[in-house]
Design a protein around this ligand. Sequence first.
Ligand SMILES: Cc1ncc(C[n+]2csc(CCOP(=O)(O)OP(=O)(O)O)c2C)c(N)n1
Ligand SMILES: [Mg+2]
Length: 273
Amino acid sequence: MTKTSNVQELQAIAKKTRREIIEMITAAKSGHPGGSLSAVEILVTLFFDAMRHDPANPKWPDRDRFLLSKGHAAPVLYSVMAQCGYTPEDQLKDLRKLGSIYQGHPDVRFIPALEGSTGSLGQGLSLGIGMGLSARLDGRPYKTYVVLGDGEIQEGQIWEATMFASYHKVDNVCAIVDYNRIQLDGFVKDILDLEPLRDKWLSFGWNVIEVDGHNIGALQKAYADFGTTRSKPTVILAHTIKGKGVSFMENNPKFHGMAPTDDEAKKALQELA
Ligand SMILES: Cc1ncc(C[n+]2csc(CCOP(=O)(O)OP(=O)(O)O)c2C)c(N)n1
Ligand SMILES: [Mg+2]
């Protein structure tokens, strides 16, 4: 794979990723477009720029670890991993089919390069903090990145993990909250509001960075800030738009877990041309 820090090149990869998300969910006739589209820049900037990893050597002991705790957004991860060269890009269209490596949620039994099977919400941060502790015990330099949904962090296990990580100074873990303000069937604020979210993470002892989660330059800076922060874990509150890039999906809870029709997909791909 070719890595780059060039924002325009990363934007081009992001656009291609959005197209692949639409194409694979349309082919599957099911899946989660909204939360896949909102996390595109977060993942593209990690995999193509910030993270130290090597698709030719997926078990390199010093590789940075990545967990998509909000595993229902698997299409964004599959597209990015395929573009990196971990998995075949031409099989993305087999998303959710029986026997496909691209199951509805990331599953290490099908894709050994994954760091864990995810999608049962609330668990990924604990897994990532375990990896961070392991790195420290083994004296290894790798970092662990965990992408969380905003609805997901209503889960109690997240806050146990949050408390544990700061107490044990697990500073090699970076959580990223995809703060798109929508969960499964409505707006987070109408179901169980998270605010004041920044204050909550601060009071749990974390280094808190807030960014526009579609601004690649801002994400690069946030990942760099994490890299130099010692003795505290870092959380990036990434403000995003659910369904970003497709007009009729943006901010629309309906497209949390529904595939576009063929006509809608055509329109979406025109907008992403
Ligand atoms: C433990 C658990 N409960 C329920 C679900 C079903 N579920 C899948 S996605 C989702 C909503 C998640 O919302 P959010 O974290 O905001 O995700 P995003 O907006 O990024 O798609 C729910 C409840 C699940 N996957 N795991
Ligand atoms: Mg959400």
